[in-house]
Design a protein around this ligand. Structure first.
Ligand code: FE
Length: 133
């Protein structure tokens, strides 16, 4: 395991201690922050977005784009850093995106993104910490 990352909590009680209430609701309970409420929606700085649960580097600012959907949107990610799961909640069929390292819920991926991937990784701000370049 990458020694720069903190050890993962052993149980949900420890996750609750480590995360804020909103982080816990999103990362551990598949919550969604309100549209246009997140701190990274309009961010254009150069840097790296890391998992707010475990610090894994997830999204490069170079892949961030203005989708207008109200959540930070990226068109690419290193597939080793995430896992995709089918999500049929809320009467929809969506593809959930979770952190491969800690299992934290990040958001969803849709097929309406820009070239070259055509993907839109629609990610909750609260699930991401930003590290400036
Ligand atoms: Fe994580």
């Amino acid at each position: 395991m990458d020694s720069s990352r903190p050890d993962l909590p052993d149980d949900e009680a420890e996750w609750r201690e480590r995360l804020s209430e909103e982080e816990y609701r999103v990362l551990r309970e598949q919550g969604t922050e309100p549209r246009f409420s997140g701190e990274h929606v309009d961010r254009t700085d150069d840097g790296t977005y890391v998992c707010a649960g475990c610090g894994t580097e997830l999204f490069d600012s170079e892949t961030k784009y203005e989708s207008g959907c109200g959540w930070p949107s990226f068109y690419d990610v290193d597939d080793d850093r995430i896992e995709k799961r089918t999500d049929t909640s809320l009467g929809m069929q969506r593809t959930e995106v979770v952190c491969a390292n800690c299992g934290g819920h990040l958001g969803h991926v849709f097929e309406d993104g820009p070239e070259p991937t055509g993907k839109r990784y629609c990610i909750n701000s609260v699930a991401l910490d930003f590290e400036e370049e």
